[in-house]
Write a protein that binds this ligand. Structure first.
Ligand code: UD1
Length: 417
């Protein structure tokens, strides 16, 4: 078991370089099997979610080579075998192999995906999308078989603008016969990144990044070279950390417009920001104004930044509110923030945070990936030592977090116990 120890209360000065986006990478790797030719993806983050997807590639007999920040995938000798539950439950994004295998072989057998316990996380919209394309879905407990004689383009309206369902339907539809239209599609930048990748392979997708995506099916996808976009959630997490401890902290290699909603809220709170073409410099201030947020689909305030933001709200003067609209169970970090000294009350889907409060280090748990990021942010601000357990959740999504923070002056280590 790994634990993280942080000696908090230190100013952080210097530059943190942001890695490739986890949520794009986890779709791009499964998408790569849609061809039989070699695909190179660069700016791939070294996180355990990437490792877990490579384990699935191995199961499918797909050749791949990983080098620093890149992966070369060659599915020439691939076999469409059942993906065991042990692999699918390691991460949510294992479900992208459903769309990709269905698209390529018209059949996939795999289990319900795992991932952070932040809500029920059903996959009904993905399955309905596959059915609309002509597939038959059968399930036996957790095990799903999705198969079709032929996939045919269809008009699909998503009841919820789901990121996962949008990408999965795109993966299944790129090699279907005819035209698919996804309405009320999600608009997240990761979707645009995946659509660009597929188009580079020869797909015909238009409208990614808007709520209507059109996919004209093609027979063949070929080789390509592709770059993962910078991780907007990692970027946002470090900008929030900079607002707490930066003196000053530069967050580099980012696309600032991807975190516009966060930057506006930080400005409202009184954080000092310099926003450049591909960076943000953040300088902490003595006092912040109370600022409320409500999570929403992109370009709204990202739910994945909600938990780290609540840490900053503990340093604001007066009452701030955070309302979570995407996930039912995303306040699991709150009891631990309270242990650290925060004054927070949660009612229904809204947390009310009274501040400013002094945070004091103690033992806390990373209950999920972004709750873990919140614990790191709080530990860096708190006086004294914070020990975080279940660190594995954090390592699923933050590349070299210890090294990146140590380089800017944090006292942070991970120990195996
Ligand atoms: C992705 C992100 C996750 C982020 C989330 C929302 C990845 C790997 N993960 O998750 O970090 O928090 O987007 O921005 O990219 N829903 C259904 N039925 C479905 C699918 C979704 O009811 O079939 C609901 C979910 O329960 C949730 C909402 O739709 O309430 C949004 O979920 P979705 O956008 O699909 O999230 P993920 O793709 O799982």
């Amino acid at each position: 078991m790994k634990i993280m120890e942080i000696e908090g209360g230190k100013d952080l000065t210097g530059t943190i370089r942001i890695s490739g986006a986890k949520n794009a990478t986890v779709a791009l790797i499964p998408a790569a099997i849609l061809t039989d030719e070699e695909v190179t993806i660069c700016n791939v983050p070294e996180i355990t979610d990437t490792d877990s997807l490579c384990d699935i590639l191995k199961e499918l007999n797909v050749d791949y080579k990983r080098a620093s920040e890149s992966i070369v995938i060659n599915p020439e000798k691939m076999k469409n075998v059942e993906i065991g539950e042990i692999f699918s439950k390691k991460l949510r994004a294992s479900y992208y192999f459903m769309g990709a295998l269905l698209g390529k072989y018209k059949k996939v057998v795999m289990y319900f995906p795992g991932g952070c316990s932040i809500g029920a996380r059903p996959i009904d919209l993905h399955l309905k999308g596959f059915e609309a394309l002509g597939a038959k879905v059968t399930s036996e407990g957790n095990k799903y078989t999705v198969e079709a004689e032929e996939l045919k383009g269809a008009n699909i309206y998503l009841d919820i603008a789901s990121v996962g369902a949008t990408i999965n339907i795109m993966l299944a539809a790129v090699r279907a016969k005819g035209k698919t239209i996804i309405d009320n599609a999600a608009k997240e930048p990761e979707i645009v990144n995946v659509a660009t990748f597929l188009n580079n392979m020869g797909a015909k997708i238009s409208g990614a990044g808007t709520s209507t995506i059109k996919i004209q099916g093609v027979d063949h996808l070929g080789k390509c070279f592709h770059e993962v976009i910078p991780d907007r959630i990692e970027a946002g997490t470090y900008v929030i950390i900079g607002s707490l401890c930066g003196n000053p902290l530069k967050i580099d290699n980012i696309i600032p417009e991807h975190i516009d909603a966060l930057l506006s809220k930080l400005e409202e709170a009184g954080v000092s920001l310099e926003v450049g073409a591909d960076y943000v410099i953040v300088q902490k201030q003595e006092k912040y104004r109370s600022t409320s947020i409500k999570t929403a689909v992109y370009p709204g305030f990202a739910t994945d930044l909600q938990q780290p933001f609540t840490v900053l709200q503990t340093q604001m003067t007066g009452k701030s509110k955070t309302t979570e609209t995407i996930w039912e169970n995303r306040f699991m970090h709150v009891p631990y923030l309270k242990d650290l000294g925060a004054d927070i009350m949660v009612k229904n889907q809204t947390a009310t945070i009274a501040g400013p409060t002094k945070l004091k280090g103690c033992e806390v748990v990373a209950t999920d990936l972004r709750a873990g990021a919140a614990m790191v942010a709080a530990g860096l601000k708190a006086e004294g030592k914070t020990t975080i357990t279940s660190v594995e959740h954090i390592l699923r999504g933050y590349e070299q977090i210890v090294e990146k923070l140590t380089n800017v002056g944090a006292k942070i280590t991970i120990k195996e116990i």
